[in-house]
Write a protein that binds this ligand. Structure first.
Ligand code: HEM
Length: 413
């Protein structure tokens, strides 16, 4: 039962499509005519040979599914993966050890422990180190600005990785290795990087091993840092060294490329909307970072799996059906946003779902990500106020990320 109002074979997780654009016009049609619609997927495109998934495109429905984990489970892999082939049962089992793919009450225990590392106080304690980093990253790139440089590799990549390293207390001399593993893990979706799934898996194992050692060292010899609070606080419950290793793995994926793409797309959005860039430089509105996340929606979609027969938006959903939550679409829903197609850095309120639709899995790193975005654009406005685009962005190939892999910018004439 393919949706008759969509182009034949339309699938918003198709890498061929996402490599060229986010399908906003199709999302608009879906929201209006078939807000919960069945999207067929070719056999073998994913590990789920169930014929497809339900595409959920309205803000209210994305929120509903996100906040009802008893009806919509996270245990069957949360990304709608459609790339080089299959995700095996073994891979799904392994991913269940990561909190993103857990359901309550298992998820609740882990979440309660790890959120100690993300309290407002913990994020504030990183502020001056991150501000310094942001300034240094931009100053380093500014030396080449006249001739032009790639914004992604010179600016957007660096701060999210530094923030995670800072958060978990990775010593300076180990950071290059952590960054290398993290980059290998997130890039293998795109054939241009020539990184295979095997290399990605190997990097993941090395990162987990490194983090487990870090945890074991803190258990042995507690320090006043966040790792210690997560692994060695016996009385409040703690993470085992394995659980800590998997948590760092999740951070390296969830907190890295998402924020990198928010920064890259944010720069592109500001430079293609000169009035907004001028406004930003003049007033630095505190609302800008949220609008950048709404506008760019770095995570296009995540998925859930129905735990029983149910109904959504008037459609019958069967137990075991996959349900795709399209944050990119929800974030331009005119039922919720006035002039959703306008990029307005003073938008307030801005109840976007770029960090998820609420519910137990709501992005743990939201405050950190918003601070990073603020700090990096503040540094750019101070040091490179005359930056402009020097070419069209080259987009990342993937099935659930709205990514940019190259964005040429310069200050030259
Ligand atoms: C979960 C988006 C930055 C850590 C999520 C989810 C989304 C998301 C959509 C899933 C929510 C759900 O399923 O309901 C983003 C975006 C970011 C960003 C767009 C940047 C602009 C970060 C950062 C960190 C982080 C900087 C940490 C360093 C996490 C974690 C989860 C998560 C740990 C899983 C939470 C759980 O399962 O309970 N994020 N994220 N994210 N994010 Fe973020």
């Amino acid at each position: 039962m393919p949706c008759p109002r969509l182009p034949e074979g339309f699938d918003a997780t198709d890498p061929d499509l996402l490599e060229s654009r986010v399908p906003h016009p199709e999302f608009a049609r879906l929201r209006q005519t078939a807000p919960v619609s069945w999207c067929p997927q070719p056999r073998g495109a994913t590990g789920f040979d169930d014929g497809g998934y339900w595409a959920v495109t309205r803000h209210a429905d994305v929120k509903y599914v996100s906040t009802h984990p008893e009806l919509y489970s996270s245990r069957e892999n949360t990304a709608i993966i459609r790339f080089n082939g299959h995700i095996s049962r073994d891979q799904i089992e392994a991913q269940r050890l990561i909190m993103l793919n857990m359901d309550p009450p298992e998820h609740t225990r882990v979440r309660q422990i790890v959120q100690r590392g993300f309290t407002p106080r913990a994020i504030r304690s990183l502020e001056s180190a991150l501000r310094d980093r942001a300034r240094r990253i931009v100053e380093d790139a500014s030396g080449d600005a006249d001739g032009g440089f790639d914004f992604v590799t010179r600016i957007a990549v660096e701060l999210p990785l530094q923030a995670i390293a800072e958060l978990i207390g990775v010593p300076q001399e180990d950071r290059a290795r952590i960054f290398d593993w993290s980059n290998k893990m997130v890039a293998y979706d795109d054939p241009e990087y020539a990184i295979t799934e095997e290399i990605g898996a190997e990097a993941a194992m090395e990162l987990i091993g490194y983090s487990m050692n870090l945890a074991a060292a803190r258990k042995e010899c507690p320090a006043g840092d966040i790792v210690t609070r997560l692994v060695a606080a016996e009385d409040e419950g703690n993470l085992s060294s394995d659980e800590f290793g998997l948590f760092v793995l999740l951070l390296a994926v969830a907190g890295n490329e998402t924020t990198r793409n928010a920064i890259s797309h944010g720069m592109h959005a500001l430079l293609t909307h000169p009035d907004q860039w001028e406004l930003y430089k003049r007033e630095r509105p505190a609302t800008a970072a949220d609008e950048i996340v709404r506008w760019t929606s770095p995570v296009v979609s995540f998925q859930r799996t129905a735990t029983r027969d149910t109904e959504l938006g008037g459609r019958k959903i069967r137990k075991g059906d996959r349900v795709g939550l399209f944050y990119s679409s929800a974030n331009r829903d005119p039922e919720v946003f006035e002039n959703p197609e306008v990029f307005d850095i003073t938008r307030d309120p801005n109840p976007h779902l770029g960090f998820g639709g609420g519910g137990p899995h709501f992005c743990l790193g939201k405050s950190l990500a918003l601070r990073e975005i603020d700090l990096i654009f503040g540094a750019i406005a101070d040091t490179l106020p005359d930056l402009r685009l020097a070419g069209d962005p080259r987009r990342l190939r993937g099935s659930w990320l709205n990514g940019i892999k190259e964005l040429r910018v310069s200050t030259g004439g």
